[in-house]
Design a protein around this ligand. Structure first.
Ligand code: AMP
Ligand code: GLY
Length: 425
């Protein structure tokens, strides 16, 4: 079959890489793609948020399956448009994508469905929000309700910090429309894990467990980012915990959506806090995690094209996934200055040597300039290895990264440390 993948980041590179290695797939086309993806797919310069351009592309290319990588086009209704035009689509319709597009919608749905999650209130009024902050006390969590590229969540250690955050969002317009409603949440303690599911109607197929590192700096310090590294499996997600997440979080959420007339087809990503009282949902995404997708695709043995087409055509029931034993780990190399501003167009050398040392280099924010690969975004590369354990995969990646020739790039030196501590004990 011919597959059209929408997006151009590290997640989409991992998807194209795996699709190209699927027996069921003859051709992969990617819009817009990036220079790394160009090794695995034919890239077409149509932006992932250009809904009309993507519709025209689909009607020209006539793919047998469209896989939508990022959340923004899903929240904008690309899934609906493509399905109405008769395409098989992996990615939810707008109504179900609201699970990620609106945190207030998502939290209310969780509450109605009895999904374990942090206590919350939704506010549009600054004074009422401040009253809640004063009565609950700190630490407390403030979230812009709409899409904010992972930047709209403030885990406030003091009441003042929380009050400043709601003022910024509600009165200061810090996140525009996305911050016109805020969700105030009880602070949960525990270890976080990423629990992803391929969903098609009533069928929910769990993927292997994974974990990412959202903080910028070693020791999980510094500001939150889109993710500085990830690995699979996550040893903290025992079989019993995975089962509890499926039964108490994924199933009731999918059922509650259906009750509202929103059938889910795509990836349901539950960000979960493993608390003393059991797993609690922090948030939902309606797509693969980035960078979780990179280690997951590196470990997946099944034919990805077949699985995603089965989901799109609502015949996922009975499909089983096979995974490579051992573990996979991805370290993100970012532009110095990210998540703030940085200089673009710096030449990145040594990529072949990094791969020759036993890794796959997934491209995210790269571009080509005069025949060289240069940085063009904040998160630039996802260097990924598969090995017999998280610890062994980590060693392979960091050894390979010694071959990277890019003085303006930086990466965390401790990706996987929690899993490795568990492996060693
Ligand atoms: P979210 O986008 O909602 O997953 O939030 C981003 C990050 O903020 C999460 O990955 C957590 O590290 C943190 N976070 C979100 N909600 C809570 C909460 N209720 N308690 C503690 N930490 C949270
Ligand atoms: N790695 C977190 C996310 O994809 O949202």
């Amino acid at each position: 079959m011919k597959v059209l993948v929408i997006g151009g980041g590290g997640r989409e590179h991992a998807l194209c890489w795996k699709l190209k290695r699927s027996d069921s797939v003859r051709e992969v086309v990617c819009a817009p793609g990036n220079p790394g993806i160009a090794a695995d797919a034919r890239c077409v310069p149509v932006g992932a948020e250009d809904i009309e351009g993507l519709m025209a592309l689909a009607s020209d290319e006539k793919p047998d399956l469209v896989v939508v990588g990022p959340e923004a086009p899903l929240v904008a209704g690309l899934g609906n448009r493509l399905r109405e035009a008769g395409f098989a689509v992996f990615g939810p319709d707008k109504a179900a994508a609201n699970l990620e597009g609106s945190k207030s919608f998502s939290k209310r749905l969780m509450y109605e469905a009895g999904v374990p999650t942090a206590r919350f209130e939704v506010h549009v009024d600054v004074d009422e929000a401040i009253e809640t902050i004063r009565s609950w006390g700190a630490p407390i969590v403030i979230k812009a309700s709409g899409l904010a590229a992972g930047k709209g969540v403030i885990v406030a250690q003091t009441e003042k910090e929380a009050i400043d955050a709601v003022r910024d969002m509600l009165a200061g317009n810090a996140f525009g429309e996305a911050g016109s409603q805020v969700v105030i949440e009880e602070f949960l303690r525990g270890e976080e894990a990423s629990c992803l599911f391929i969903v098609s109607g009533d069928t929910i197929l769990p993927l292997a467990s994974s974990q990412d590192h959202k903080a910028l700096l070693d020791g999980d310090l510094g500001p939150n980012t889109g993710g500085m590294g990830a690995y699979s499996p996550a040893p903290c997600v025992t079989e019993a915990i995975a089962d509890a997440v499926l039964k108490t979080i994924a199933r009731p959420t999918v059922a509650a959506l259906k009750k509202r007339g929103a059938e889910f087809i795509g990836t349901l990503y539950a960000g979960v806090m493993l608390t003393d009282e059991g797993p609690k949902a922090l948030e939902f995404n309606v797509r693969f995690g980035d960078p979780e997708c990179q280690p997951l695709m590196s470990r997946l043995q099944s034919d990805l094209g077949e699985v995603l087409l089965a989901a799109a055509e609502k015949r996922l029931d009975g499909v089983k996934l096979a995974w490579k034993a051992g573990a996979a780990l991805c370290v993100v190399v970012a532009s110095d200055g990210y998540p703030g501003s940085f200089e673009k167009g710096q030449t990145i050398g040594g990529l072949d040597a990094v791969e020759a040392a036993g890794t796959t280099v997934f491209h995210a924010g790269t571009a080509e300039k005069d025949g060289a690969i240069v940085n063009a975004g904040g998160r630039v590369l996802g260097v990924t290895a598969v090995a017999e354990s998280v610890g062994a995969a980590q060693q392979t990646v960091y050894r390979a990264l010694n071959e990277l020739d890019w003085p303006g790039g930086f990466y965390r030196r401790d990706i996987g440390y929690r899993a490795i501590a568990r492996e060693e004990s």
